[in-house]
Ligand binder design. Sequence first.
Ligand code: PMV
Length: 320
Amino acid sequence: MRATSQAQPNIALVKYWGKRDAVSNLPAAGSLSLTLDSLWTRMSVKFDESGNADALLVNGEEAPAMLPRVSRCLDDIVGVKRPCAMVSSECNFPIAAGLASSASSFAALVVAASHAFGLESETLEMARSAGRASGSAARSLYAGIVELQLADDAIAVASIAAPRDWPLTVTVAITEKSAKKIGSGPAMNISQQTSPFYKEWISRQAQDLANARAAVESRDFAALAAVTEHNCLKMHSVMWSSRPSLVYWNSATLTCLETVRRLQADGVPAFFTIDAGPQVKIISEPAAAEDVGAALRSTNGVVDVMQSPLGDGARLLGGK
Ligand code: PMV
């Protein structure tokens, strides 16, 4: 009745920002992402027939605020008539700061809980459970470059390139380590209800996704760079034009964009994306990673830099 898993966060190049409806928690559009390797969440789940409440430890400390979401996810995987669970997670990067910790956490949780309970779930089934907890978590079940498509009443997720098929490096420039003030779930609801650009944003997602998929298929770095930066800035335009406005950036975020533009002007193959937080993620060819890392480390306001190649999907670490 016990299992341990590991999952890595994923960084979306074509983003998901908006839900089809609140009940299903299905995303309003498809997305495309990169699963990382060096940043991870490790999760242990132990079901205990004699326990009387679920318990959650995050990096060794009780995390009551996160517990209801974790319990709901366990109900979704195992059913509501289940033993109580002891859940313990460790994360080697800042949590809830726009670094996709919810993606790696819920991907790891579904794998550990399914195995601990002896379910032989297919990866897609686990991805759907993870996605109901956190839309982006569905993608962390898969390796390398991952596409999430929206079918009639469910998501379909698949890896469209393995890490070795197109080696890329993701450099994360951390400009602020504290947790964000508003989580992406409630924030995207605000955008959906108030941004005058929301409908337009969703209506163009299929085209961006097709362009990104074509760029991946032809390993066209410049085309992937163009659609990624455009998609990111469009999502942030929706956030900025929401009421209240959702501005996750700080001044160092913008300084990092200047660094990326300077690298690009010098011919370095690199492009940026930014999620619901002030951190900047720079995607580059591995040969350029050293230059990209050095440039970001010496950018004003950057407090830390992490680098990662592309990695595997969520997996089991230890058995029962
Ligand atoms: O998975 P959620 O519900 O926390 O939302 C993630 C949203 C973004 O990271 C901003 C975009 C994405 O597609 O990952």
